[in-house]
Design a protein around this ligand. Sequence first.
Ligand code: F6P
Length: 488
Amino acid sequence: MNLVVVSNRVTRGNANEPVTGGLAAALLPIVEKSGAIWVGSSGRVRDGAQKEPFAEIEALGTGALAMLDLPAAHYGGYYEGFANSALWPALHSRADLIRVSRGDYLSYREVNAFMARALLRFKKPDTVFWVQDYHFLALGAELRELGLTQPIGFFLHTPWPARDVIEGVPHHRELVEAMLAYDLIGFQTEDDCENFASYASASLGLAIEDRVVMSRYGRTRIAVFPIGIDADKFARQAAKAVSHPDVSRLRRSLNGERLAIGVDRLDYSKGLVNRINAFDRMWTMQPQLARTVSLLQIATPSRGGIEAYGLLQSELARLVGEVNGRHGEVDWTPIRYLNKGFSQIVLSGLYRSAQVGVVTPLHDGMNLVAKEYVAAQNPADPGVLVLSKFAGAANELDTALLVNPHDIDGMARTIAVALSMPLPERRMRWEAMMSKLRHRSIQRWLSDYLDTLQQAQTERIETAQVAAEPPSAAEPPSPWQLRSVSSG
Ligand code: F6P
């Protein structure tokens, strides 16, 4: 099988370079080891009508990376517009933050169509296409329009919200109908999958049986594949990384003080304001914890051109300043707040240096930082994970200290509990989480998804054959050919 993976953001695979977001970090080892081609945006745009999409191709382990310059006229409307100012807020149940124009939607569709044309050059008879995330909801439909008959799967890294929230996205109907051109749609959690099914049946009036949605495209299977990490590899990396100069400097600077760590993209879904407020409350309610524990909060900026992100950045900077001003001392800064990205290697060492990991999003598809924090711990003296019950990771990491990120007092108390947890309890909780991480690895995510995709494609062909009159004995008809005949 030739695997072509598609996502908006790609990463070049240098372990010493900063990686933004879980998706890029998760896909990297897959491409390196499976020989897949990973196609995504180069981060640059190109003017004018491009006959042939321009792609820079470079080797990545046994696979390759193809980075495309996206069309300049549509990039803003696609990325900052429809993808991140309509879909992202809705997918994270923040319909109040939707800001979008019809032009943004058209640009989104243009970029999806552009990507489809660009992918044709990677098509071979045995190619399987695997599209990632909300930037490309309509890419499968565009590929079918171009006559592609190979299996095409889609995986959503974010949550899928309740029906009335997704209905807040202009053109939601067209978009979800287009999604049904995929053979398989994968979700992080059962709730996401259920929400999607409820939208398809109640809003689109489609029949769903045994997690197969029937539409004008034929059958689309929907299923849950919680994304994982390579926990043992991450653990080995973390053990080595403690001697990395950045990590050693941090450790020396602590002077015996304990450390809590948060690592997030600077995004309103991550619950950063509530988290800082919870630390503020903790130092107010338990002043004996001042000088004994500080927070290292890394908040990597992204999507800076969008108003909601700019406002959040200012609000956080002000809030951190206030909290440091309130609780700080001449020789103690309660919150070390950094607006930059770090490499996976340095991050793994920072996680291992922190007695508490705080991962408290208001809503998150999975959150791989939670998994990486656990994997990075020293088995003899592990730290404690404080985890939002609204992160997908909470389904598996249920021996973390689960919190409601809207309950500031509750979070403050839980962080204090984490700091005083005795070693036997820490070990018990950590071992339970680590065994789940090993069981649901990134390798398993890949193989479960691809096996189900192959199966979904086979079922689709079989169903199409049964429906066809008369069935062709020589070559099985493609469901796409049948669809275009039957739908006129
Ligand atoms: O969490 C969803 C997601 O698409 C990730 O999969 C990705 O790593 C992240 O958002 C990156 O966002 P951006 O590329 O807009 O900074």
